[in-house]
Write a protein that binds this ligand. Sequence first.
Ligand code: BDP
Length: 607
Amino acid sequence: MLYPTITPTRNVIELSGIWNFKLDNGETDPVLSAQKKLTNSSPMAVPASYNDIGVVKEIKEHIGFVWYEKEIYVPNDLEKQRIVLRFGSATHLAKVYLNGALSIEHKGGFLPFELEVNNYIEDGKLRITIALDNTLDHSTLPVGIYEEEEYESLGKVVRNLPNFDFFNYAGLQRPIKLYTTPHQFIKDVTIVTDHDGDHGTVKYSVDTNPKEGLVRVTVIDEDGNKVAACEGANGEISISDVNLWEPLNAYLYTMKIELINENQLVDVYEESFGVRTIKVEGGQFFINHKPFYFKGFGKHEDSPIHGRGFSDAVNVMDFNLMKWMGANSFRTAHYPYSEELMRLADREGFVVIDETPAVGLHFNFHATGAIKKEDSTWERLQTFDHHRDVLEDMIARDKNHPCVVMWSVANEAATEENGAFEYFEPLVELTKGKDPQKRPVTIITYIGSSPEHDKIAELVDVLGLNRYYGWYEHGGELDVAKVKLKAELEAWQKRCPDKPIMMTEYGADTMAGFHEVAPVLFTEEYQNEYLRINHEIFDETDVFIGEHVWNFADFATSQNIRRVNGNKKGVFTRERKPKASAHMLRKRWMTIPDYGYKVIKDKITKG
Ligand code: BDP
């Protein structure tokens, strides 16, 4: 799926700004309400989550549909082309009405969707009305628990509990754009790169609509020089003296694609790409044939005021903070992040584990944090079809990004329960089948999915472990935590020799400004000690390929007794001020090289 950009044949109009907004309290018929302009609406910023900027509880904690609307003129000149309305995302279920007519429905809150709007324009105008539902249940990703309860004195009370640990922000949280293409247009491009010595190869495949005309492809370097060219919808291009895309040292080429019909240039699109390879072998993770070590974070798209709303300023600052720390990578926990952020990661050289919104696929945690004995998750969940669609859409969107080095199919599902293997096997196969670059695949597991009980380790290329020894297990007993962590890592090596292990989450809630001489839970000293003992064990483990601290910054969660106004495991506060651990981690990461930190001597192979 192509990201909309301005080219000599295409235009883009941003629809960000103030939209009309209104809660739907279920009294109106959606079809009728979309037929006329929204009345009694309030201003709402787009992109943004509506929850925090709505201020009052009724908006912040609203369950169900809300309405957004904007009426625009479509300049006459544009009407000669295909005009496409594109949502970077709409969270979670969207019904889009154009001049009152239902035109598209989309399920899933973290991936783009679009539709052609030419036929909906009336008198040069387009009234875009969106009904958005934030309800989560056993068929959505993420998974939520929907409950209704009658109280004599109160009437019906509706609850929609997130089955996961982040606030269920909703709204039009990413940019919305109107863009144009010619009627004969470039629909998609797929790029797969390889290199040997200083010789790079680029296999490409261009999809056009209709499938006719001549495709011309030119590769341009960062200085604007043409380095290679080719003709045809599919082909292979050689680049001599190739500049590789390297972690934190990204080099991006531009592939200029021209579609020519009867000697006329009809469409132009430019896709940037990096030349790099990925391979997992012998317990190591190779980027460009060298063993890579992941240093970084599980993140969230989360910031004050915006909620989960897209902000270039937040993204640039977060990347600068990560660079300052010596981090080279992050995971898009727990949903695909905005396309704009992924493009920034390409440019900055951050290595990304790209995760689906499949979180909360378990019924074995109790709200108190206790692990319940449960074995019916895979019978009760109805997420499979949607999970498959989301994986396909995520790969279609992100397949060309050099920053993406691994797909995460799910986070902390009930992977120790019967039925987990049967649920995940087709999804892992699908991921491998759909990804033209054949990147490694992981499914991130929680502590209940121990080496003794886990059912899916054999399906994945990398064991992604979220483990909290010293926090949820043996909190305050760091000596015991160390022993337990070591034992588990050894057990994994026995069960899956040669499979790389990565700590995809480890962390401790820490209140910025809480201090004690002795490390005590919630103090900055404890967070440091907790991280330090984890690192000691990581450094003793051969097949260990990286560490992602949970979390980059403190983030919002729903209200519950385990969270004091949000999750405080951040190395930065939610306002991006460093805790003591930021300085401690910086010292460590600045001395750990991106490559060759864990070279297993008898296993050096060419990745
Ligand atoms: C893990 C989850 C993550 C939570 C974290 C925590 O993957 O979403 O925020 O634990 O409890 O279980 O802090």
